[in-house]
Design a protein around this ligand. Structure first.
Ligand code: SAM
Length: 228
């Protein structure tokens, strides 16, 4: 079945394990006119795996303004899905401007929920899940990072952030500076072969990851209350 013109679907895709895609996500990707994505090679591979052929439009941080305008124009006559390279679009990924503009123009924005690294990590972390603060990626500037961490220093919630392997040591050092040598939970390579979810003192993690640069993608979680 073809989707109605003017509908914009926010489609979550796997964060590692290709089986983590919903039936509704597959149906939606099959039935829209266009798929908006970050990297056409990454989404091309997913669609080939799903045996779906669709025209792709690349929207990323470098062309977001121009492409948002183009996609909004196309929505007048077409249906669209937006996906990111992995997980839920807009969550530390492009698409915010597109959703905002689509809503302003009165188009329907429809979520097709599925994987997101932060929720997967939190649910298996063993840390309190009732309230949490998601900080996304910390800024590169050490001063700005310290400022942000200080604003959540006294919060009785689980703090969640995203990090890449080449910045993980810097981030753990920044956490240690603000929170002390607390336990940090690492969720690495979720849904992939080398998945690990464990807690360790900040100093031990710094030692471990300085000795051998880790591979993969990280979600970092802390909860100040559990360290008192
Ligand atoms: N939109 C995605 C989501 O819903 O989770 C996040 C995209 S963001 C650009 C990429 C970051 O998410 C990575 O640097 C890492 O912090 C986290 N991430 C994504 N996949 C992951 C995985 N399989 N295991 C651990 N962290 C992951």
């Amino acid at each position: 079945m073809k989707q109605e013109k003017g509908n914009l679907y926010i489609v979550a895709t796997p964060i590692g394990n290709l089986q983590d895609i919903t039936l509704r996500a597959i149906d939606t990707l099959k039935s829209v006119d266009f798929v908006v994505c970050e990297d056409t090679r990454v989404t091309g591979k997913l669609l080939t795996h799903l045996k779906i052929k669709k025209p792709l439009i690349s929207l990323n941080e470098f062309n977001e303004e121009q492409e948002t305008y183009n996609v909004i124009k196309k929505l007048e006559t077409c249906s669209m899905a937006i996906v990111s390279d992995a997980g839920t679009p807009l969550i530390s990924d492009p698409g915010y401007r597109l959703v905002l503009e689509a809503k302003k123009k009165g188009f329907r924005v429809i979520p097709i929920p599925g994987p997101s690294a932060l929720i997967a990590a939190l649910s298996a972390s063993g840390l309190p899940t009732d309230k949490f603060t998601f900080l996304g990626f910390l800024p590169k500037s050490a001063i700005r990072t310290q400022k942000i961490l200080n604003t959540v220093k006294t919060v009785d919630q689980t703090i969640i952030l995203y990090e890449s392997p080449h910045r993980i040591v810097k981030t753990i050092e920044a956490i240690k500076e603000v929170f002390g040598d607390i336990n940090i939970t690492i969720a690495r390579e979720i849904t992939k072969i080398y998945e690990e979810i464990f807690s360790e003192k900040a100093s031990n993690l710094i030692y471990k990851y300085t000795k051998t640069t880790p591979k993969g993608e990280f979600v970092v979680l802390i909860n100040r209350k559990l360290n008192n």
